[in-house]
Design a protein around this ligand. Structure first.
Ligand code: ADP
Ligand code: MG
Length: 700
C-alpha cells in the first residue's frame, strides 16, 4: 500500500481549490500521457516544471530600452488620450528623464485605465518596448504598479509548457495550490551524497523550480532540477535493481559441462571466432557456470556476429542436459536463425527445432512433444515459444535476439517457463551507455567489439531522386557482374501511398527495366510468401529484392553487396544503420546508396551526413540521441517504456551512473528496504509510480 504521507500528492488535481471539471480536463491533457486511465494528480502539477522564465529585472530607460526585450521602466504618467473611434487604442503618455513613451491599450475602459495609471503618479511599468513611426510605445504592459509597491512586482516568473485553452495565470495558481498541499517527505537520499552534490531537500527543490529568482534556478544542471532528476533516476534504477534482485534470488544452477558440445560446435563453424566473440563467450560462460542466474545483455553492432556467440552459450547449456530457447522478433528472422544454426548444430550433434505461430495441428503437437520430452536441445522461434501450451523438459537458457522490440517489462515472463533459466539478451541497436542503463540498468553488459576479419568498408553515397535512372543502370551492371542488391522502400501505408514510392510500384518498375531477376518482399505478404521471396534471393534465383523495412532486423544474405535506400530522408539514423548493415557481411566490397528527395530539412541533412561519414554504430547512436531524443531511440512506443518526465538522458547521463551505483549498493546493504532510509526509498518508489517494484519486495 502506498504510504499515507503521499496521500495529498496522489489526490486528484480536481480536489484542489479552484479546479473544476473543465480545468481538470485541460490539466489531464497537459500533464498526462495520451490514453492515461486516471486523471491528473497533485503530484503531476508539482512535477510540471517550467520551460523558462519571464525576467522583468532589467531596469531600463525609454530612450535606450532595447527593442522587443522585456524591460521594467519607472515612469511618470502624464495624460490619457482615448482613441477617436472604438477601434482605435487609448494611449497613455508617460515619460522618464530620457524621453516620452505611449502605453497603448486596445478596447480598455477609460475609467478602469485612469484608475490603473493615474496622471501625475510615478509607476513601475513592465513590458516590451516597440518603436512605431519613430516613437516608442508599449502595447498592453504586462505589469504596472505604483512605485511604492515596486517591491511586490514579481520580477521573475516561471513559464510553463502549455496546452490550448489553459491560461498561464490559471496554471500558476493551480501549481501554487498543489504546493500548499505538499507534505513533508522523508529523506531518501544518503545525506553525505546529497551534500556532496549540493542537492537541496526535495521540498525546497520543488519550491525553487516553481518560484525561480534567476534563470539559473531552473537550469537543467542547476541544483534544484538535478535533485529532482536524481530522485527520478534513483527510483527507476532502484526498481530495475529490485527486479534484478528478485530474478537472482530464485536459485539458478551452474550450466556448462565438459566442453565437448562447445568443441564440436566450434569445429562445425567454417571460421574461427574473433577476439571479440571469444571474449563475449568467455563472459557468458563464466556467468552460466555460476549458481546465480545470468542476466546479461550482449550488445554488438550489426554484422558483429552475435548469433555464433549465442550458439556457444546454447551448446554449453546442452552439456548440462538443459534446453535453450532462442526468441526472435519476427518470423523471417526466426526462420533464418533456424536455417543458419541447423547446419552447425547438425555437425555438433545438437538437435534444434523451429516453433512459430505458423505451426499448427499434428506437426505442432509433435514438436511440442519432442520439446517436452527433452529430445530437443535448442528451440528457435517467435513469441510462440512462450505460449501456455509449450512445456519444456528443462529450460536452462533463454536467448532473446533484438530485444528492444519486445519491451523491457516482458522480461520476467520470458523466463517463467524454466527453473530460473539464465537470460541472454542480444541487441543490435548500438545503444549509448546511458540508454543501456535506463532500459537495462539491472543487466550485466558484454560488448561485442569489432567485426569478423575481412569485412570491407561500405562505400556510402547520398544521391537525389532525380538521378534514379543512373542508379538503375548501376544496378543492371552490378547484376551482370554477379552482385546481389537490396532495394528498400518505406512502408506501404495506405494514407501515404500517393506520396511514397510504394515497394509494389518500384518492384513493377524495376521488373520492367531489369527483368525477372527482381523479387519483392513486404510486410503485407503472408509468412510463406515472405520466406519464398527471401529464399529466392538467397539462392540467387532473384538478384535484386525490393523490400520494405521488413529486412531491417537481422536478415543475413552474406553475398548481397549493394543496398539502395529510397526516401532515405524519412528514416531515422539507427534504422539507416541497421539497413546498411544488411550488406558488407561477406568479403565483397559493398556499397549503400541513399536516395533522397530534396529539399532536405536540417535534421534530415544532418542524418544523411552522419550515416555517409560513419560506420561506427555507437557513434551513430550517440548522434541519433542528439538528433531525436531518448524516447524514439529506445522505441518507446513499441516497448511501452516511460520516458523520464524530469530527467533528461542527454543532460543527466552522469547522474544516471551515480543512481545505478546508489541503487545497487543500497540493496546490498538493505535488500528488503527495511532500514530508515529503506522505508524512505519505498516512498520514493511510490512517488514515481514504481508500485510494481515495491510489490516485488513483498512477494520476496
Ligand atoms: P549480428 O551480430 O548482426 O546478429 P550475425 O550473427 O548475423 O550478426 O553474423 C553476421 C555474419 O557474419 C554471418 O554471416 C555470420 O555467419 C558471419 N560471422 C560471424 N562470426 C564470424 C567470424 N568469426 N568470422 C567470419 N564470419 C563470421
Ligand atoms: Mg542478429
Amino acid at each position: 500500500m502506498r504510504p499515507s504521507v503521499l496521500d495529498p500528492l496522489f489526490a486528484p488535481a480536481s480536489s484542489l481549490p479552484g479546479i473544476g471539471p473543465k480545468l481538470a480536463g485541460l490539466l489531464d491533457t497537459l500533464l498526462l500521457p495520451a490514453g492515461s486511465q486516471s486523471g491528473a494528480r497533485v503530484r503531476d502539477l508539482l512535477f510540471h516544471l517550467p520551460s523558462g522564465i519571464v525576467d522583468r529585472r532589467r531596469r531600463a530607460e525609454i530612450a535606450t530600452a532595447p527593442e522587443g526585450t522585456l524591460v521594467t521602466l519607472e515612469l511618470r504618467i502624464d495624460r490619457h488620450q482615448p482613441g477617436a473611434t472604438r477601434a482605435q487604442p487609448t494611449r497613455v503618455f508617460a515619460h522618464d528623464e530620457t524621453g516620452e513613451i505611449a502605453l497603448t491599450y486596445f478596447r480598455a475602459q477609460s475609467a478602469w485605465l485612469e484608475k490603473l495609471l493615474p496622471a501625475g503618479e510615478t509607476m513601475i511599468v513592465s513590458g516590451k518596448v516597440e518603436w512605431f513611426n519613430g516613437r516608442p510605445q508599449m502595447v498592453h504592459p504586462d505589469f504596472v504598479a505604483p512605485l511604492a509597491e515596486a517591491e511586490t512586482l514579481p520580477l521573475v516568473e516561471p513559464v510553463y509548457p502549455m496546452t490550448a485553452g489553459l491560461s498561464a495565470k490559471v496554471l500558476r495558481k493551480a501549481i501554487e495550490a498543489a504546493q500548499e498541499r505538499s507534505p513533508e517527505l522523508p529523506q531518501w537520499l544518503d545525506p553525505e551524497m546529497a551534500r556532496r552534490h549540493a542537492f537541496p531537500p526535495v521540498g525546497e527543490a520543488v519550491a525553487r523550480l516553481h518560484a525561480p529568482r534567476d534563470p539559473a534556478d531552473i537550469a537543467l544542471d542547476g541544483p534544484a532540477w538535478k535533485r529532482l532528476a536524481y530522485d527520478e533516476l534513483l527510483a527507476s534504477q532502484l526498481a530495475l535493481a529490485l527486479s534484478r534482485q528478485r530474478m537472482k534470488k530464485a536459485p539458478g544452477r551452474a550450466l556448462g559441462g565438459d566442453g565437448a558440445r562447445r568443441e564440436a560446435a566450434r569445429a562445425a563453424l567454417p571460421f574461427a571466432l574473433t577476439e571479440g566473440q571469444e571474449k563475449a563467450v568467455a563472459e557468458i560462460l563464466a556467468d552460466m557456470g555460476r549458481e546465480e542466474r545470468m542476466l546479461r545483455l550482449l550488445q554488438g553492432d550489426v554484422g558483429a556476429g552475435k548469433t555464433v556467440v549465442a550458439l556457444m552459450a546454447m551448446a554449453a547449456a546442452a552439456e548440462s542436459g538443459a534446453q535453450s530457447a532462442l526468441l526472435a522478433p519476427t518470423e523471417i528472422l526466426a526462420r533464418q536463425h533456424h536455417a543458419g544454426l541447423s547446419r552447425w548444430c547438425e555437425a555438433a550433434g545438437l538437435s534444434i527445432v523451429l516453433l512459430t505461430g505458423r505451426d499448427s495441428g499434428r506437426a505442432r503437437a509433435e514438436k511440442l512433444q519432442r520439446i517436452a520430452d527433452g529430445e530437443v536441445d535448442i528451440v528457435v522461434g517467435t513469441h510462440a515459444l512462450f505460449q501456455d501450451d509449450v512445456a519444456y523438459h528443462d529450460l536452462g537458457l533463454v536467448v532473446v535476439d533484438e530485444q528492444h522490440r519486445f519491451g523491457v517489462h516482458q522480461r520476467l515472463s520470458l523466463t517463467r517457463k524454466g527453473r530460473a533459466p539464465d537470460l541472454l539478451v542480444m541487441t543490435a541497436t548500438p545503444i549509448p551507455r546511458t540508454l543501456v542503463l535506463a532500459a537495462f540498468g539491472d543487466m550485466d553488459v558484454s560488448r561485442l567489439e569489432g567485426k569478423p576479419a575481412g569485412r570491407k568498408p561500405i562505400a556510402t553515397v547520398a544521391v537525389p531522386m532525380e538521378r534514379m535512372g543512373d542508379i538503375v543502370e548501376r544496378a543492371r551492371k552490378a547484376i551482370e557482374a554477379g552482385d546481389k542488391l537490396y532495394w528498400v522502400c518505406p512502408l506501404v501505408e495506405e494514407s501515404d501511398k500517393s506520396e511514397l514510392t510504394a515497394a509494389q510500384e518500384r518492384f513493377e518498375h524495376l521488373r520492367k527495366v531489369l527483368g525477372d531477376v527482381v523479387g519483392l518482399v513486404h510486410g503485407r505478404m503472408s509468412g510463406e510468401e515472405k520466406d519464398a521471396a527471401m529464399a529466392d534471393f538467397k539462392s540467387g534465383r532473384t538478384r535484386i529484392v525490393v523490400a520494405t523495412t521488413v529486412i531491417e532486423v537481422g536478415v543475413d544474405v552474406p553475398d548481397a553487396s549493394i543496398i539502395v535506400i529510397e526516401h532515405a530522408e524519412r528514416f531515422g539514423l539507427s534504422q539507416l544503420h541497421q539497413l546498411r548493415g544488411r550488406v558488407g557481411r561477406g568479403d565483397k566490397a559493398s556499397s549503400c546508396v541513399l536516395l533522397y528527395r530534396g529539399p532536405l530539412g536540417e535534421t534530415a541533412r544532418a542524418r544523411l551526413e552522419v550515416i555517409r561519414d560513419s560506420e561506427d554504430g555507437f557513434r551513430i547512436a550517440e548522434e541519433d540521441l542528439k538528433l531525436r531524443g531518448e524516447g524514439d531511440l529506445l522505441g518507446t512506443r513499441q516497448s511501452g517504456m516511460q520516458a523520464f518526465r524530469i530527467a533528461s538522458l542527454a543532460d543527466h547521463a552522469e547522474l544516471m551512473e551515480i543512481a545505478r551505483d546508489d541503487a545497487r549498493l543500497t540493496l546490498t546493504r538493505d535488500p528488503e528496504l527495511k532500514s530508515e532510509r529503506g522505508e524512505a526509498l519505498r516512498v520514493l518508489l511510490y512517488l514515481f509510480g514504481k508500485d510494481e517494484a515495491v510489490r516485488l519486495l513483498r512477494a520476496g
